[in-house]
Design a protein around this ligand. Structure first.
Ligand SMILES: Nc1ncnc2c1ncn2[C@@H]1O[C@H](COP(=O)(O)OP(=O)(O)OP(=O)(O)O)[C@@H](O)[C@H]1O
Ligand SMILES: [Mg+2]
Length: 346
């Protein structure tokens, strides 16, 4: 029991404590030195509950329920707030000799994951519904109304654009969920030079209606990293497309590779810099959140999923994303990977 992954305590029929394991002590927030009875335990538990919590003496109630055979074989959930937030579940059971045993478990992480999943689903549904509603609405208009050819063309243009946005959104969602579910096992990692990765990212890539080209700075041909070139290209293309999109007033988009030595390890970075809108510190904090958009003006298209993909792809390849940005000045994003010096066949 001392090693159990469940908290556990045993009470006799008078509510005197005959056993408690260390985990249960810590779940109830009590020092492990001799709690005596149910009242002691409840006192500690009460101190961990939020002040407005209506349930008084929660453990005594569970105890009474099992003694009077109203035991429901379910876990009761307690959202504790003191001294830190924690979600604890407790279940009580009566043993054949009359003693009552209570089990406890910490479900803080599971609850948080559940909350995030729920939030993600509702945001995703909302993001899908918005373009879908306009596709539906305009299509209905075309069916029901006699419109001039020019007006029809107009509406078809909107439907086409909104449907295109939906396709992008669904593709990014599928990419993200596939990458998250596979945790990188289908990545085809190989040794690639930084020069090769930069060239691969820029090949066949351009921004429609934007005459600017990426200005290349110095690029290492003799430093290599262990990555999937196609997935890394996908990440870099996202970063590049942001650099173009979020510098609508123009300015150079620069790309270069850099190295640094950290804790006796060589790291290589692929860096993209723009001189565009930039972001405030609070916007930067949220860039990797799914669906977060710092400039949701409706003028610059996007779904807010690109940077989540960039982070996922980089971190699954043992790297990290560095973000430097200043509102109104521009943004610099670097994808860092563990690196090695020397030539490689790539
Ligand atoms: N280079 C940048 N300069 C300024 N803001 C940026 C830059 N890159 C990202 N952002 C901000 O971060 C937000 C999230 O970026 P992200 O790439 O995830 O989404 P997006 O570009 O809006 O949509 P998409 O999913 O199509 O990439 C953007 O909406 C933008 O507000
Ligand atoms: Mg983007």
């Amino acid at each position: 029991m001392a090693l159990s992954e469940l908290g556990c305590l045993v009470l006799d029929t008078d509510g005197q404590l005959s056993y408690i394991n260390p985990l249960m002590c810590s779940l109830l927030g009590m020092p492990s030195d001799n709690p005596q009875n149910l009242a002691d335990l409840d006192e500690h538990m009460q101190a961990r509950l939020p002040a407005h919590e209506p349930r008084r003496r929660p453990l005594l109630r569970l105890f009474q329920q099992v003694l009077t055979h109203q035991e429901r074989n379910t876990w009761s959930t307690f959202k504790l707030t003191q001294p830190h937030a924690q979600v604890v579940q407790i279940k009580a059971k009566r043993l054949s000799d009359g003693q009552v045993v209570m089990y406890g478990r910490d479900v803080t992480v599971a609850e948080e994951l559940d909350r995030r999943r729920h939030e993600f689903l509702s945001v995703a549904a909302h993001e899908i519904r918005t373009p879908l509603a306009s596709v539906f609405g305009y299509a209905e208009l075309l069916i029901k109304r006699q419109l001039s050819a020019a007006k029809q063309q107009d509406l078809l243009g909107i439907i086409h654009r909104q449907a295109g946005q939906l396709v992008t959104l669904i593709n990014e969602l599928l990419d993200l969920s596939r990458i998250e579910a596979r945790r990188g096992v289908d990545f085809n990692r190989q040794r690639c030079t930084l020069a090769h990765l930069v060239e691969h990212a820029l090949s066949d890539w351009s921004v429609p209606d934007d005459a600017r080209v990426v200005k290349l700075g110095s690029v290492h041909t003799d430093v290599s990293v262990w990555v999937d070139p196609d997935k890394t290209r996908q990440a870099l293309v996202n970063v590049l497309s942001n650099a173009f999109k979020y510098s609508p007033q123009g300015g150079d988009i620069e790309m270069e590779t850099v190295t640094k030595s950290l804790a006796d390890r060589l790291w290589a970075g692929i860096r993209v810099r723009d001189h565009g809108l930039g972001m405030s510190a609070s916007e930067m904090e949220r860039v990797f959140e799914k669906f977060y958009r710092a400039h949701p003006t409706g003028v610059i298209p996007g779904t807010g999923l690109g940077m989540s993909l960039v982070k996922e792809i980089t971190e699954l390849q043992d790297g990290h994303v560095q973000l430097v940005s200043e509102l109104g000045k521009g943004t610099e994003i670097t994808l860092w990977f563990p690196a090695r010096l020397g030539d490689v066949v790539s």
